[in-house]
Design a protein around this ligand. Structure first.
Ligand code: PLP
Length: 483
């Protein structure tokens, strides 16, 4: 595409956009069980869009020029701190999302310890990949500590043993994305605290729903800033606070812990560059939308949304457990489910990634997760309030998807393909070798993939280092404009 020489009428442009959007996964209605968070509340999107429009042209780069942004950010941080065990001293920042919050927590911890040579961050192996991204970007060593193979919970003794003089941060999750379990935060935070090391709780996905589960009487383990030794916590507003994409909060137990997160530069002749987060120019749109949604829903609104999602997750959990050949992994305490083929059956006779494809055909998106340590290939479900009421439909389709997957049998890769994968060196993989693999797998091109089970089986057969290389190659193919 090149720009039209004469601009198109607004309505025509919007029609084109609407047409493009019909190829996307649905963002509302509970049929997409990853990536999107739908409250199901009428009018909430419209409110957020109006608030976004009111502030989208403002610039958080200079909060003295746009004091409304400063006020809204302080309001949001105060609300997050109150919800998540913060005290009088708690401070924070609103960021663009979970990954930015996690990366900033790592950056702040690392920048506070200029005395440490070759710094390390100690992670439970289930910690979100955002921490590996931080380690990669900032030149920090990520030390991953295997979790308990049956419960998928961080192992406090092993985490404590992994802390050494080079450790600048220890990370636990509440809950972990892959299995939805809340790590033993008090034990790990105490071990970090004893060594004078910071401890970050990644509550990006659970932070805005677990406190409400607790208020509803659910047994939620202690995980927030009230736990001794916890120095920072991240919570995304664009997840269970049901705000539009583009907002997360990073809280620090006190201002001295946050100082190293900030960046100022006087080393150039332009305006004073003074940033609290990674962005510099920062639209006030997402912040204003989040502020509006939080104030509109209020504590009561979140409590009733938590009640709906709790009911949905309970029904889905027991219903999935009752489908022959499926099992829920671990003991999830939040809103996330990980579904595996039941290994108590000697040969379940199907592949869970085929079940995902069958569900796609039935209008549901379940997210494939590859095997990792003791966790076999499985399907992830992010359950939201909008799943309440349609649980029977999802369960009926899942049962029929399993039947269909059984009929097609497990995916088997051509022998030449498995041999080719085994012989590949990730560091030297070329675009031609990648195209050859796709051809061998019978896949014409990255843009034409409908059924993903084969490509997932191919990726699953590749060791993680090679899988990363293959995925990067795939990304390059996808992000190539057709001229
Ligand atoms: C526990 C956890 N941390 C971090 C992130 C990253 O958040 P984002 O996708 O907003 O960057 C996620 C996303 O699902 C998450 O579940």
């Amino acid at each position: 595409m090149s720009l039209p020489s004469t601009g198109l009428p607004a309505e025509q442009v919007l029609d084109e956009l609407r047409a493009l959007r019909t190829g996307d996964l649905p963002t509302h209605g509970g049929r997409t069980l990853a990536y999107v968070y739908d409250s199901g509340r009428a009018g909430l999107d419209e409110l957020a869009a109006q608030a976004h429009a009111l502030a989208s042209a403002t610039n958080g780069l200079d909060p003295t020029a746009f004091p409304s942004l400063l006020r809204m950010e302080n309001d949001i941080v105060a609300a997050a701190a109150a919800l998540l065990g913060g005290g009088q001293a708690t401070v924070g920042s609103v960021t663009s999302g979970g990954t930015e919050s996690c990366m900033l927590a790592v950056h702040a911890a690392r920048a506070a310890r200029p005395d440490v040579d070759r710094p390390k961050v100690v992670l439970a192996s289930t910690a979100h990949a955002a921490f590996h991204k931080a380690a990669h970007y900032f030149g920090i060593e990520a030390v991953t500590v295997p979790v308990d193979p049956a419960t998928f919970l961080a192992d406090p003794a092993a985490m404590a043993a992994a802390i050494d003089d080079r450790t600048v941060l220890v990370v636990v999750s509440a809950p972990s994305y892959a299995h939805g379990v809340v790590d033993p935060v008090p034990e790990v935070a105490a071990a970090a605290g004893e060594r004078g090391v910071r401890c970050h709780v990644d509550a990006c996905i659970g932070g805005w729903v677990l406190p409400y589960f607790r208020a509803l009487g659910e047994p939620v383990p202690d995980f927030d800033l009230s736990v001794p030794g916890v120095t920072s916590l991240s919570v995304d507003l664009h997840k269970y606070a049901y705000c539009p994409k583009g907002t997360s909060v990073l809280l620090h137990a006190d201002a001295s812990l946050r100082r190293s997160q900030f960046f100022a530069s006087a080393a150039w002749p332009g305006y004073t560059m003074l940033n609290s987060t990674m962005q510099s120019t920062r639209s006030g749109g997402p912040l204003a939308a989040a502020w509006a949604v939080l104030n509109h829903l209020g504590d009561n609104g979140y409590r009733s949304l938590a009640q709906q999602v709790l009911s949905a997750v309970r029904t889905l959990r027991s219903g999935i457990g009752a489908i022959e050949g499926l099992r829920i992994q671990g003991d999830p305490q939040s809103t996330l489910l990980s579904v595996v083929a039941d290994d108590s059956v000697a040969d379940p006779g199907f592949d869970v990634f085929t079940v995902a494809d069958e569900m796609t055909e039935r209008g549901w998106y379940l997210q494939p997760q590859f095997g990792f340590e003791s966790s076999p290939p499985n399907l992830h479900l992010t359950v939201t309030a909008s799943n309440h009421g349609s649980e029977p439909a999802l369960l009926a389709d899942l049962a029929s998807a399993v039947d269909a997957a059984r009929r097609s049998g497990p995916v088997s890769l051509p022998e030449e393909l498995t041999a080719a994968i085994a012989g590949l060196d990730p560091s030297g993989l070329t675009s031609e070798q990648f195209a050859g693999l796709l051809a061998m797998a019978g896949l014409e091109g990255a843009g034409t993939l409908k059924r993903m089970a084969e490509i997932n089986a191919m990726l699953g057969a590749a060791p993680p280092g090679l899988r990363e290389r293959l995925l990067v190659e795939f990304l390059g193919v996808m992000y190539t404009p057709t001229v």
